[in-house]
Design a protein around this ligand. Structure first.
Ligand SMILES: [Zn+2]
Length: 428
């Protein structure tokens, strides 16, 4: 398959700014060239008109719990502990593979519609999530979330997580990869972490976890172990494997040095951190300190959307407030965190995240034809500060078109919506 995206404005690499008009050629799974308009030659199986549109690398949602679309609007305006212990955890006990499958599909519809091409997901019934991802055509790093507060849970939880990882790593023609996910330092003790690291080393897969999300969690960890969660994880040897550390809201300077030294990918989830009143992560200090900061939406129960374009906007704006400097997290940096740094976090950094010959063709086309993009002085800034996922009209993953003209190509949206409505009744 040879596809031409004709005369689009292109952001090939955020730090290099905007190419006002280019012809982008896709051959099979890869970009085959970014050329001056009219320069692409030969036969094409498909030509996409890019006039008045903006082509950007696909968005990477580096931390979410996809099937939590079920709990969107389910437990609002509660304290974190009540939210988890009184509402979310009891409802999660009623989950089945079928429910997770359909609500994962619902999440995938939302992701495609808002320009996400890859994501990292940690949850339960992950086989069903894997199946949904396979059908949808996205790329994902999937892991079973290990929660082992008491010793007898350790072995079965680890077994389950490892079994999933062995079976699904490299599935769906390589679009699905697996990670190991001890849920957090406060839900998993040292034995779980040590074992997870040893399995991750053997399978050469990353660890995806939650770190230092709330002030209370860090305080309790210090009381119990005499050090911060980041320092504790370093001592346990966890950072010897690639790690995605979601949140990192409450990190100190020493923590930041450790995260940078071990190339840990921090995943900033601004909406969730604000809505659950966890705080504001020092993202600009982390980036300046050499930490790779990606962006995630977290689950739809605490966001309540999976729209990475909106999440990127919030991340950019919030970084300025936190750093007390409007120059912090400029638009190209925010876009890089939402795309390339996410790809890097998921372990696809060498293949994905930029629009250049030889890279895998994961990209999204924005329609710039609506009034909120006028007058168009700086389309890259417009993309970060003005756009939302609703402006996305075409999505491509590995050269396959998942949405065109806002029509989904791989999923039956009507059927998914109908099934999810039915299944919701059990959770009322
Ligand atoms: Zn999370």
């Amino acid at each position: 398959m040879r596809i031409l995206i004709k005369r689009a404005a292109v952001i090939a690499r955020p730090e290099e700014g905007l190419i006002p008009a280019a012809d982008v050629v896709v051959e099979g799974r890869h970009f085959a060239g970014v050329l001056a308009p009219g320069e692409a030659s030969g036969e094409f199986d498909k030509i996409i008109d890019g006039e008045g549109k903006l082509l950007a690398p696909g968005f990477v949602n580096a931390h979410t719990h996809l099937a939590m679309t079920l709990f969107r609007g389910f437990a609002e305006d509660l304290a974190l502990q009540d939210w988890l212990e009184k509402k979310i955890w009891p409802a999660e006990r009623k989950l089945t593979g079928e429910v997770v499958y359909w609500f994962a599909l619902l999440g995938l519809v939302e992701m495609i519609r808002t320009g996400t091409t890859a994501f990292a997901d940690m949850y339960f019934f992950m086989e069903e999530v894997g199946q949904a991802v396979e059908e949808a055509g996205l790329r994902a790093l999937l892991s079973y979330g290990i929660i082992a507060p008491n010793p007898e849970r350790i072995e079965p939880e680890l077994k389950r997580a490892e079994g999933f990882a062995r079976e699904w790593n490299g599935a769906a023609d390589g679009r699905v990869r697996a990670a190991l996910s001890p849920h957090a330092p406060y839900t998993c003790g040292p034995e779980v972490w040590r074992e997870a690291v040893s399995v991750a080393k053997e399978l050469r897969i990353p660890i995806h976890t939650h770190v230092s999300e709330t002030k209370r969690e860090v305080m309790e960890h210090r009381e119990r172990y005499g050090k911060t969660p980041v320092q504790w994880l370093e001592e346990l040897g966890v950072f010897a494997v690639p790690v995605l550390a979601a949140h990192c809201v409450w990190v100190d300077e020493k923590d930041i040095d450790i995260l940078a030294a071990h190339n840990v990918s921090v995943v900033h989830c601004p909406s969730s951190n604000l809505k659950l009143a966890s705080g504001i992560a020092p993202t600009w200090a982390m980036l300046q300190g050499g930490v790779s900061v990606a962006i995630g939406t977290d689950g739809a129960a605490s966001n309540n959307t999976l729209d990475m374009v909106r999440e990127m906007r919030l991340a950019a704006i919030l970084a300025k407030a936190k750093a007390e400097d409007p120059r912090a997290m400029p638009a190209p940096e925010a876009l890089k965190s939402a795309t390339q740094r996410g790809a890097q976090a998921l372990g696809w950094g060498k293949d994905l995240g930029v629009i250049e010959e030889g890279y895998v063709a994961d990209c999204v086309l924005f329609d710039l034809g609506t009034v909120h993009f006028l007058p168009g002085h700086d389309p890259l800034a417009d993309l970060v500060y003005t756009a939302s996922g609703a402006d996305v009209e075409m999505v491509m993953v590995g050269g396959e078109i998942l949405m065109e003209g806002r029509e989904l190509q791989t999923l039956d949206e009507e059927k998914i919506v109908a099934r999810c409505r039915e299944l919701t009744r059990k959770f009322r």
